[in-house]
Design a protein around this ligand. Structure first.
Ligand code: TEU
Ligand code: CA
Length: 554
């Protein structure tokens, strides 16, 4: 049987601090702001909060470029604020995991400042340098545009950066680097955090031969970046040195990881990580930065593959959004006023009844939607700046074409401020101008309105989380797709010992019938259609548009 762990039973909630709540009116979210809003999260039934980076940073990539791992970003507050946040989270019976960003640092980190200063600096080998006289080392590309190699003025040598120039990659083959990382992990664990979300962790090991990417590999360089030769040695060492000494949870951001590689990270016997975020589902409608339509059957097949990939000896996450993705209801549901609430509830039903630890992204629980961008200048994201440089400024793509696609895929959709109430700037800030504009729909879509309305998306999440907590089959039960080929209905079964649950979701604006002999007489545990009867009289379920039901056959 499967092993039991608190992190398998938990429901997690991601906070992007910059956009959550501003306490001091500078237009930027901060830690005291989070503390003031913790009841919103606790009342939902959340067990674990994942906090996106809160460390000292020059913010080239909103904190994913860390200058000092032991200091709090000044915009967010102080270490005393952090300690208070942790205490307040624990007081409410929740835990906190933080973001471990150790594939790279900021170029303003003291290690890099020293490393770049001269070829014989004591920290030269903390990063990855190549002789400048030999030209660009290879054709690796950066996620934020251009080459992944930057020629540095001080010595004329190149350093590697998979992300921005201001995010130089650390050299994990240097054991001093690894010791530094393990040390900073202990620093935060000793403070009482309960683990880490690990940023692009599969990229830490490099193939130092640096062969060029083939044309095929160029389409998805992450696959190559995630295949370094010593990756799993390092993760096992990290586990041995640090993680195994604490009661903590780990979730690796698994960019570039294939199904076949998944068990290498999460199989219990290997002692590496507890779970990973696999992007296969959220990227189904993407072709690089271009949006393309996705089929429900492909989504179902992907969920199924991921479940099989972790098997019974590994563990998965279930997520539809995060700070790098468009808003969940815009991405997977129907954000039009008519269907927004229903489809958001349908997605919640799916997420919270699947196998794997669910991660809810801030704002998802009130059904926040994408921002209606009308001009490229409205974006803040460094990724957008890179795309403009690579495609628009070179004349390869028109500004209108990029804008149209970004309106579907941009990371900034998720980063607009959390909508708390109907007051100015959605109650996010008292400043006239928040760091990124608030979605104009806030008078209607906001947390205060959602809390006051028992029929809201928020209360549906709350009920589903409670259901998950009281139903072991929803955590430890097996997962089976009942109709992989159906193009409008997602129906699956969760089964543990004698308990069996059938979840049926209509992914369309049309009514549709679902027929299954076993559901005759079944108890309707939860539905997003308030007119649904409590018991199934027949073996046929007439689903209304976007209806989602959880059934318990007798
Ligand atoms: O993301 C890494 C990643 O692989 C992608 O999801 C990435 O965001 C890419 O640009 C897709 O659009 C992580 C963080 O989640 C992201 O916010 C950081 O920008 C990045 O690492 C660098 O630290
Ligand atoms: Ca602030």
């Amino acid at each position: 049987a499967q092993s039991k762990h608190w992190w398998k039973e938990a429901v997690a909630y991601q906070i992007y601090p910059r956009s959550f709540a501003d306490s001091n009116g500078d237009g930027i979210g901060d830690i005291p702001g989070i503390i003031g809003r913790l009841d919103h999260i606790a009342n939902l039934g959340i067990d674990v909060i994942w906090l996106s980076p809160h460390f000292d940073s020059p913010n080239a990539d909103n904190g994913y470029d860390i200058r000092d791992y032991r200091k709090v970003m000044k915009e967010f507050g102080t270490m005393a604020d952090f300690d208070r946040l942790l205490a307040e989270i624990k007081k409410r019976g929740m835990r906190l995991i933080i973001d471990l960003v150790v594939n790279h640092t900021s170029d303003e980190h003291e290690w890099f400042v020293e490393s770049r200063s001269s070829r014989d600096s004591a920290k030269r080998d903390y990063y990855i340098w190549r002789d400048g006289s030999k030209g660009v080392p290879n054709n690796f590309v950066s996620y934020f545009g251009g080459s992944a190699w930057e020629k540095d003025d001080a010595t004329g040598d190149y350093y590697l950066h998979y992300f921005a120039k201001k995010q130089p990659d650390l050299n994990w083959d240097n054991e001093k680097v690894r010791a530094e990382v393990y040390d900073l992990m202990r620093f935060w664990l000793d403070k009482g955090v309960s683990g880490f979300r690990m940023d692009v962790i599969p990229f830490i090991s490099k193939n130092f031969a640096f062969p060029n990417l083939t044309e095929e590999e160029m389409k998805d360089p992450g696959r190559v970046y995630a295949s370094g030769p010593r990756l799993h040695d390092y993760l096992q060492e990290m586990n041995r040195e640090v993680l195994s000494h604490y009661d903590c949870m780990t979730v690796g951001e698994a960019a570039g990881v294939s199904d076949a590689q998944t068990p290498l990270f999460v199989d219990e016997a290997r002692n590496e990580l507890n779970m990973i975020f696999n992007f296969a589902v959220v990227m189904l409608d993407r072709d690089g930065w271009r949006w393309k339509p996705r089929k429900l059957t492909d989504m179902k097949a992907t969920f199924d593959r991921l479940d099989k990939a972790v098997g019974m000896t590994g563990w998965n996450t279930v997520f539809l959004g995060n700070h790098d993705q468009p808003r969940t209801v815009s991405h997977f549901g129907d954000p039009s006023p008519e269907w927004r609430v229903l489809s958001a509830k349908a997605l919640a039903t799916m997420m919270l009844t699947m196998r794997g630890t669910p991660f809810i992204y801030q704002g998802e629980e009130i059904g926040m939607v994408n921002y209606p961008f009308t001009d490229l200048d409205q974006f803040d994201d460094i990724e957008v700046r890179g795309l403009r440089q690579d495609y628009v400024e070179t004349g390869k793509v028109s500004a209108g074409d990029l804008l149209e696609n970004l309106n579907k895929v941009s990371r900034d959709h998720a980063r607009t401020p959390m909508q708390w109430d109907a007051s100015a700037n959605a109650g996010f800030t008292t400043a006239e101008k928040p760091w990124l504009a608030v979605n104009p729909n806030y008078p209607e879509i906001n947390a205060e309105a959602a809390q006051a309305d028992q029929g809201s998306v928020y209360h549906h999440y709350r009920k589903l989380i409670a259901l998950r907590h009281e139903t072991p089959a929803l955590v430890y039960g097996t997962y089976e797709d009942l109709a992989p080929d159906h193009d409008a209905v997602f129906a699956f079964e969760r089964k543990l010992d004698d308990t069996r649950l059938v979840i049926v979701i209509n992914f369309s604006r049309e009514p549709v019938e679902w027929r299954q002999a076993e559901i005759k007489g079944a108890e309707v545990i939860i539905s997003n259609d308030p007119t649904r009867d409590a018991k199934m009289a027949e073996d046929t379920l007439a689903l209304s548009p976007w209806e989602a039901v959880v059934l318990k056959p007798s």
